[in-house]
Write a protein that binds this ligand. Sequence first.
Ligand code: FMN
Length: 181
Amino acid sequence: MAKIVVISGSPTPNSRLNGLLDVVRQHVENRKWEYNEIEVRSLPAEDLLHVKFDSPAIVEANRLIAEADGVVVATPIYKASYTGVLKAFLDLIPQKGLDNKTILPLAIGGTIAHLLAIDYALKPVLSVLGASNIVGGVYALDAQVTRLEEGGFDLVDELQDRLQNKINAWIQQVDSSTALS
Ligand SMILES: Cc1cc2nc3c(=O)[nH]c(=O)nc-3n(C[C@H](O)[C@H](O)[C@H](O)COP(=O)(O)O)c2cc1C
């Protein structure tokens, strides 16, 4: 059974980013794989700001990452990049902490102008952390994700298709990496 960790870098509780993560969780649970989520905004702010490597919450988050086969790194786009909240946590991941993980980057922004933020901003940091197997990436627009009154989110078909394709490709790679180990 593969182990999956989602690192969610949204500072807001009901972020549209969660609409994308709901789809990821569904795919992982369908395969009966272990699913864990590190919601960075819920980690102790002082531990993040003071870069406390030995804080119990950070140690536990890093344990989940160390044990994971597949990691999703998800963020809203702020100021043409990933969020500061996410960076605060990425700084606390040990050197080469993403080595041997299959990574799926996800981002959501208000404008298509920052479509390449995954490539120019997020991927270099993931590479420094040892990630060599990064599966494409999905950039969504706010306008493609609607919050539903009854809870949950509705994704437009174009985004659903793109997301499902990338999740399937990532799942296949996680599968083959766990079969090899
Ligand atoms: C401080 C801040 C900065 C933002 N900067 C950008 C930006 O540079 N490019 C962009 O496409 N969207 C930007 N956005 C919009 C968010 O990426 C977008 O609304 C995202 O989906 C977050 O939505 P949420 O409120 O549902 O979490 C920004 C939003 C905030 C709050």
